[in-house]
Design a protein around this ligand. Structure first.
Ligand code: ATP
Ligand code: MG
Length: 230
């Protein structure tokens, strides 16, 4: 069982391949402090998602280790690990039900007030309020009635309610209108605040705001620094 974490992360001599004989990550070493935002950038196939796959233990590592608050993640239960890591992937998962239910999915014990509060923090409250039944408006799996940007804001609110110490954000590349884009940008800052975050970054604003940028190439960190330094 992983006790409640603060969010310190360390990759120690991690070498990993999906198949034997083919190393995708090569002797990766880095430490991330509590509350830091790390932006991963790099070409397609460089290994960004693979790093995330190891942190969430979608695959086990046989060379090296991943530590959270100094604890090797291979020694804890998957459930206790994953409930403390919030993952926001490009395709936001919307299920059939009300908008409120979709946000509450992050914490089934949340009150109506808490749902609304989370929506406000991520700038979703305005558009939800304008929908025909507000928070009770029904949406379906394909998230129709919701734009790509709005779906992202819903998933941000959901993540806030689940309140993970570590956050993974695979930024969407889908084009959204300028107005929603600005909201998503501000909402991203609000969600990352106070958490250790790993962002597979596509937005320049996210890269600029990151504490450190790690440039991944061919399974290695080839450059590290802030936006100004690089
Ligand atoms: P992108 O920007 O396109 O998302 P990425 O940096 O996230 O790229 P990864 O998905 O980490 O790249 O892939 C790194 C390498 O690992 C690639 O060569 C890819 O083909 C390979 N790879 C990724 N997932 C698997 C898998 N499940 N099985 C086998 N090989 C994989
Ligand atoms: Mg990827």
């Amino acid at each position: 069982e992983l006790p409640p974490i603060e969010g310190r992360v360390e990759f120690k001599d991690v070498t990993f391949g999906y198949e034997e004989e083919v190393d995708i990550l090569k002797n990766l070493n880095f430490k991330v402090e509590i509350g830091e935002t790390i932006a991963f950038v790099g070409a397609t196939g460089a290994g960004k998602s693979t790093i995330i796959n190891l942190l969430t233990r979608f695959y086990d590592i046989d060379q090296g280790s991943v530590l959270i608050d100094g604890i090797d993640i291979k020694d804890v239960t998957l459930e206790s690990l994953r409930k403390q890591i919030g993952v926001m992937m490009q395709d936001t998962f919307i299920f059939s039900g009300s908008i409120a239910d979709n946000i509450k999915y992050g914490n089934l014990d949340a009150s109506e007030e808490e749902v609304k509060e989370a929506a406000k923090i991520v700038y979703a409250h305005e558009f939800i309020k304008k929908m025909e039944d507000g928070y009770n408006t029904q949406v379906n799996e394909r998230g129709s009635r919701l734009s790509a940007g709005q779906r992202q804001l819903i998933s941000f609110a959901r993540t806030l309610l689940s309140d993970p110490a570590i956050l993974i954000l695979d930024e969407a590349t889908s084009s959204i209108d300028t107005k929603t884009e600005i909201l998503v940008q501000k909402a991203t800052d609000a969600v990352l605040e106070g958490r250790t975050a790993f962002v597979i970054a596509h937005r320049l604003s996210t890269i600029r705001n990151a504490d450190r940028i790690m440039v991944i190439d061919n399974g290695e960190i080839v450059e590290v620094g802030s936006h100004d330094e690089l």
